[in-house]
Design a protein around this ligand. Structure first.
Ligand SMILES: NC(=O)c1ccc[n+]([C@@H]2O[C@H](COP(=O)([O-])OP(=O)(O)OC[C@H]3O[C@@H](n4cnc5c(N)ncnc54)[C@H](OP(=O)(O)O)[C@@H]3O)[C@@H](O)[C@H]2O)c1
Length: 336
């Protein structure tokens, strides 16, 4: 059997572009015991992968070099099974190489219960996927969000941020979000339910945050770091909490990375800054899935994603993601 895969064709010269990839026809290996043959149906893309393309190995995976096939999370359908764990036709989530049909070890797949087939596949890559699990772990477990909190989310229109905003709203908190375009700011207030939002490019972050949250904030969910972390440390109330999820503004800066100059506010304001790594919290997954599915049924939470049609458009979709052409998660529909 033959299938297609997306390989890195050349090292990027500057930012990663679609022409750095090529689509190749390859053979599919024989299915062994404990394995399943799967077809890729939806592929979720994340910008962080760009750090590894033509780059060194990182904590998130090895460097990707010409001839390598990148992988990101995807929804797959089982075509054939040599394990009791899966039946033909069942859906699962896996870290999927960018390959149309593939052989996978069954124990590396997370099965989607057939009773939950009414939940759209895209949601498995957003609110119920890795970004949703990250936002839930950080907002609910680490941040301990409460209905009486005023919460600020940086990078709020991104994959994790758009989930973090919705989860905080679902528990009844007031939410302020920041994003980098007017369109994303509109999404935050009109579609995700944020009470206020601002474009972080419109001026000094601390001023923008103060006017969006004049009475201060109780909880900061940070995806970005840099100026926005500094702004939050100015505006957090006494005994406020900051959840350090990511630092997108500092990635790729090497030794030029900078921390907040005003970190001493943590002393006077008795602030708590707490980082986390989602992979250390797998024990929360069952509770996360049940709670978010319930919020979806109640209409409090929905999947925010941009769909690009067709497996052959994975390179274009990835390049578009890097230039901000997405709202929420970038998802490729590989059925069409
Ligand atoms: N702790 C964990 O276990 C864990 C797990 C997964 C992800 N993460 C981290 O969580 C963060 C969000 O991930 P994601 O998948 O949601 O990524 P994403 O969709 O790319 O969102 C990140 C957002 O950061 C903003 N941003 C990027 N560069 C920036 C800059 N220089 N200045 C200001 N804002 C900037 C962008 O928003 P605008 O374009 O709107 O400015 C972007 O939408 C990342 O930092 C990621 O590394 C952490």
């Amino acid at each position: 059997m033959e299938t297609f895969e997306v390989q890195l064709a050349s090292e990027p010269d500057g930012s990663v572009e679609a022409r750095n990839f090529k689509i190749e026809s390859v053979g599919v290996p024989e299915l062994g015991p404990g394995e399943v043959l799967v077809r890729l149906r939806r592929l979720g893309l994340n910008a962080g992968l760009a750090n590894r393309i033509g780059g060194p190995d990182t904590d998130y995976g090895p460097g990707i070099h010409p001839g390598d096939v990148p992988a990101s999370d995807g929804v797959v359908e089982v075509l054939q099974s040599r394990t009791d764990a899966f039946k033909e036709g069942e859906l699962a989530v896996r870290k999927s190489p960018w390959r149309g049909v593939d052989v996978a070890a069954a124990d590396k797949l997370r099965r989607i219960s057939p009773e939950e087939s009414d939940i759209p596949m895209e949601a498995r890559l957003t609110v119920l996927g890795h970004v949703g699990f990250t936002a839930y772990t950080g907002m609910v477990h680490i941040g301990g969000v409460r209905a009486e909190d005023t919460v600020y989310v940086s990078g709020a229109a991104g994959g994790v941020g758009s989930c973090a905003v919705q989860f905080a709203k679902a528990v009844g908190a007031s939410v302020v979000g920041s994003a980098g375009t007017a369109e994303k700011v509109r999404l935050l207030t009109e579609e995700l339910g944020a009470d206020a939002a601002f474009n972080h490019r419109d001026g000094p972050a601390a001023e923008l945050l103060r006017s969006a949250a004049p009475d201060g904030i109780d909880l900061f969910y940070d995806n970005v770091g840099g100026d926005q972390l500094e702004a939050a440390l100015e505006v957090l109330r006494f005994r406020g909490r900051a959840v350090i999820c990511g630092a997108a503004s500092q990635y790729g800066k090497g030794n030029d990375r900078r921390g907040p100059a005003n970190y001493t506010n943590a002393i006077y304001q008795e602030l708590t800054l707490r980082g986390f790594t989602v992979t250390a919290h797998e024990d929360l997954r069952a509770g996360f899935e049940a709670r978010v599915a319930q919020w979806m049924n109640e209409g409090k939470v929905h999947s925010v994603h941009t769909v690009v049609e067709g497996f052959n458009h994975i390179p274009d979709a990835f390049a578009s993601l890097l230039s901000g052409g997405n709202t929420g998660r970038m998802v490729v529909d590989c059925d069409s």
